[in-house]
Design a protein around this ligand. Sequence first.
Ligand code: ADP
Ligand code: ZN
Ligand code: ZN
Length: 701
Amino acid sequence: MAEIVVSVLVDAPRHAGLTPALSYRSQHPLEPGLLVRVPLGRREVAGLTWQVGEAGFARTDELREITEVADVLPPLNADWCALVEFTASYYQRSVGEIALAVLPPELRRLGRAALVDRIRRLHRAFNAAAGGPVASEPVAADGEPALTPDQSAAVAAIGAAIGAAAPGTTLLHGVTGSGKTEVYLRAAAHALAAGRQALVLVPEINLTPQLIERFTRRFAGRRIVALHSGLTPAQRLRSWLAAQLGLADLVLGTRLAVFAPLPRLGLVVVDEEHDASYKQQEGARYSARDLAIWRGRREGVAVVLGSATPSLETWQRAEAGRYLRQSLPERIGGAAWPAIRLVDMARLPKATVGLRAETRTPALAPQIVAALHERIERGEQSLVFLNRRGYAPVLQCGECGWLSGCPHCSAWRVFHKQDRTLRCHHCGLAAPVPRACPECGNPDIAPVGRGTERLEEQLAALLPEARIARIDADSTRRKGTLEATLGAVHAGEVDILVGTQMVAKGHDFRRIGLVAAINPDSSLFSSDFRAPERLFALLMQAAGRAGRDAASGTPSEMWLQTWHPTHPLYQALARHDYTAFAASQLKERRSAGLPPFSHLAVLRADAKTVAVARAFLDAAATAARTLAESAEVMIYAPVPLDIARVADVERMQMLVESASRQRLQAMLRAWLPHLDALHLARGDAAQRVLRWAIDVDPLTI
Ligand code: ADP
Ligand code: ZN
Ligand code: ZN
């Protein structure tokens, strides 16, 4: 009996020593990229056949046999396998871990027979819908608007790229409402007309239904599937199969969709490319945007990055000519950009600014209240946002100064008035508000500061005629409440929408005439060098919520309640001048040697005590300094995270930096085995870190 040795990837972390792949016996040769089931220890697990340099070394009589081959699916192609290998290597993970983690969980669970059934059902559903849209309701074909000259230029450039041998990446720079989505639709039409598939990535699950609706209306009769973590396991498998079998023409999804197998891929769109949610924050900390660009280059596919406020990495590449840049400088229909009004808190009368002694309520600028009132009189809506949920960030005892700290975290417990709890937003600890100060028994404990709950209460007191709704993580916890509140806003049943940054993103509100940001200052002086970039993007996005309806007549406005009205960031915002903001930030980054002019990675360590975390990082630094690969790599001293302790775990990090991406990569690769060894060498469990991880191109530091 001819016996063949096949390499199989299973889901195992790098330090399990199972890299790059395990060897199994097979009766037949198997090409790489096939889904299989194999025995592993006493379990049977899903695996993928893989191309490994030197397979077939082991004695076959010692090897176990592949249990089952899911040969009902075509093998994942070489491009997909290359993407997985690149991701593993760049983000310092094992190939097996990436390859299996990016498959739908249901695919890994099901055996061949069940898969045959699922595929049959998928074909049946698609055939039933043949000639019509996949959506169950009949959909009218969307009329295509005549493009503006700027849109035409962008579509022509992207269309040309789709047909080119090395299409490259295009940055589509345009504010909210400038017609970017229309450009995506036309670009997708180009790809589809050429018989290719299009992949469209959006940052948030909440935004997928709107986008799907728009694409479905435009591409009636085409097969459009969604791919994100909000789907049921069965739906996710269905979408994935539709992509892999080449049945779906369009895949719309969040960051995990970048790994969708697309045998006919012709276009990748990354909407809101600057958004932080493209970066996975745990496990393999990949950037879906960066992988999309890599994938585009490897597969010879056009990539479009869209944003009103591109990440500085992207902007720098566009400036350097590495990306094509297409701008949509005007809003469709000539809607004016809102006037930005800065309220200088330092110039308000003392009585309004100071915390009124009896209530200790933080001030709300009277100008803003008056402007809100005016909008209500005119029957227009307003959006007021504050990036802090709960009623007040902390409770304080007026007598002894006690503050409502979390016993398990280096953070305050937030006062939630609705259910009278003190809740830690980091570890989740929740307890009823004490009747009296736990330290001295004084019954006078009071909220300090303001969250969205308190802002809502304050606005209700100042504007009794207003119908107010709130959107934040608390008010939308129950399923369906977010949709219900948004529905009420769209139906005109709400005058003022209060919320956290959740309300600033994406939603196409038609009647908002005023946007107000209450206390945006906190991120101006953050230790994170990306904080200004994020704040600017958030404020631009929030401003974009106002005045989308050019017909409404009254000019729209955005108010900022700030202590630093002359700050260059606000000044650039007031001029709607992203370009100037980006230029000044890039100048600072260049002189400080920060990204995009250098490349970073962070080694993070979590431990029960600061001493253990520090010892691990110190030892890691010592090991790094012995490596030849560390030449031209800067190794910084360990520092605690901003919130150092969460749920009784101390969290520290150490930055490594290099002007050269290749050098940093080489150093990380050489460093990893030392880190594994270091971790294992500490015999006593108490001396070991709980977790450590490398984050390449970290977004927050
Ligand atoms: P963005 O994605 O930049 O926010 P959209 O593509 O959603 O912008 O366009 C904003 C609004 O203008 C949408 O309602 C869209 O249907 C409409 N629109 C886009 N392009 C045109 C056009 N060329 N002519 C008329 N309306 C357009
Ligand atoms: Zn007290
Ligand atoms: Zn806590």
